[in-house]
Design a protein around this ligand. Structure first.
Ligand code: UDX
Length: 427
């Protein structure tokens, strides 16, 4: 099939490359000429495991990129909207990019004779496809949904760092279509993945995505609350959760307590569904607590630090791990950000190290010291905070000897060294 994908960010580029690998002809549409050139050269505009290999294999053959909506829509049967949905100043979802993409697609559809299907893949709050995307396309095209063009919502559940794998091995595929024709077309794209499909309407598909992420975020905040309580009684919360997770109704995944969740999805999506609930005059107390716990959690490490070494003024503190999770350079909503900010506010001198994310963090904190190895970052510091679950931190032990005081506060339960003054955040 011939597919166009609007937006060459993380979801768009991964989807485009994976659709091509499933045998479809793909046209990527992006207003950024630099990204268009990169994709046409087979270079991924973002880092994602396995993506470069796919782009190199298909660029110029099964994948092309352009900034021209009309050309891309004319040569394809179906267009996926994969643009960003950032949070606005109040934490609500900002749909301006979705609206602009919908308008451009509508204008391109107005020039087309054949039935074209528009699919929203970006994460959008329920009712967005029906109440915003479709009306904009109808207005810009002068055509009617379900009659002249089709529409659907098809959320993604891709983990950063594992997105190509997740695309090809989905737990579920959800298609919320406005009519049978759109549903058939979207489903046929995935036929080679051999996975049962949940057929529904657009607003339910949108809700499934939010509930999926909100539930996982809730599991983490739940694990953190239990972890904080366990810590007070010297109970090993990891052993508790391991046993509890054996109940198949609960499952052991996403019960690792620590500094909380970050990334481009969980914090933003939970806040967006809170905003939507409030708009509907419902107070989402549980979801608000999920965010509240997540915001307090990393700062408990500062309390622990102060209770050990007193005032932080002039103290040298190393922060190991800046990325929001391991195996990525992404620092969006990383729990290390509020920690570093508080350290700076309290007058500490920060030495930071991350295997991949130092460059990105420089854009937020220009004036802290970044090092290219753990040992350099640890040298002469009064304490160390572990903020990311990087594999390379797991064997750290003798390295802590270079510290002025080998005090380690572990926010990710990764350090197993016996020769240091060790404090686990929840354990
Ligand atoms: C998540 C979802 O997993 C994915 O399905 C969705 O489409 C996008 O959001 P991602 O943001 O890539 O993916 O990260 P994920 O691996 O889920 O981890 C998110 C955060 O939770 C990280 O900061 C991680 O450190 C934290 N986490 C995860 C915990 O604190 N405890 C856990 O048990 C698991």
């Amino acid at each position: 099939m011939n597919v166009s994908v609007v937006g060459s960010g993380y979801v768009g580029t991964v989807s485009a490359a994976c659709f091509a690998d499933l045998g479809h002809n793909v046209v990527c549409i992006d207003i950024d000429a630099k990204k268009v050139d990169m994709i046409n050269r087979g270079e991924p505009p973002i880092y994602e495991e396995g993506l470069e290999k796919l782009l190199k294999k298909h660029a110029g053959k099964k994948i092309k990129a352009t900034s021209n909506y009309n050309e891309a829509v004319a040569s394809t049967d179906i267009s996926f909207i994969c643009v960003g949905t950032p949070s606005d100043a109040q934490g609500n979802i900002d749909l301006s990019i979705i609206k602009a993409a919908s308008k451009s697609l509508g204008e391109a559809i107005s020039l087309k004779k054949n039935y074209h299907v528009v699919v929203v893949k970006s994460t959008v709050v329920p009712e967005t496809t029906e109440n915003i995307v479709i009306p904009i396309i109808e207005k810009a095209s002068g055509k009617q949904v379900g009659v002249d063009f089709g529409a659907a919502m098809n959320p993604e559940f891709l983990r950063e760092g594992k997105a190509v794998y997740d695309f090809n091995h989905p737990d579920k595929i959800v298609v919320g279509a406005v009519d049978q024709r759109s549903d058939d077309l979207v489903c046929s794209l995935y036929s080679r993945l051999d996975r049962e499909i949940t057929h529904t309407n657009p607003r339910t598909a949108e809700m499934i995505k939010y509930v999926n992420n909100a539930f996982l975020a809730t599991k983490i905040s739940f694990a953190n609350e239990i972890g904080n309580i366990c810590k007070k009684m010297d109970i090993d919360t990891y052993q508790v959760m391991e046993a509890v997770g054996k109940d198949i109704r609960i499952s052991s995944q996403f019960l690792n307590s620590g500094a909380g969740f970050g990334g481009s999805c969980f914090p933003k999506d939970v806040k967006a569904i809170i905003g939507k609930a409030k708009e509907l005059e419902y107070k989402p107390g549980l979801l608000e607590s999920v965010i509240e716990i997540n915001e307090k959690q990393p700062l408990l490490m500062i309390d622990m630090l102060e209770s050990k070494i007193g005032s932080l003024k002039g103290k040298k503190i190393s922060v190991l791990g800046l990325a929001f999770k391991n195996d990525t350079d992404d620092i969006r909503e990383s729990r290390s950000i509020p920690v570093i900010k508080t350290l700076i506010d309290k007058g500490a001198i920060v030495s930071a190290y991350d295997p991949m994310a130092c460059d990105n963090m420089r854009n937020i904190f220009e004036d802290i010291a970044y090092y290219s190895s753990t040992v350099q970052a640890l040298e002469n510091t009064d304490a160390c905070l572990i903020m990311t679950e990087w594999e390379e931190f797991k064997d750290l032990c003798s390295e802590f000897k270079v510290m002025h005081r080998p005090l380690v506060i572990d926010g990710r339960n990764v350090i197993h060294c016996k020769e240091i003054e060790y404090i686990g955040l929840c354990w």
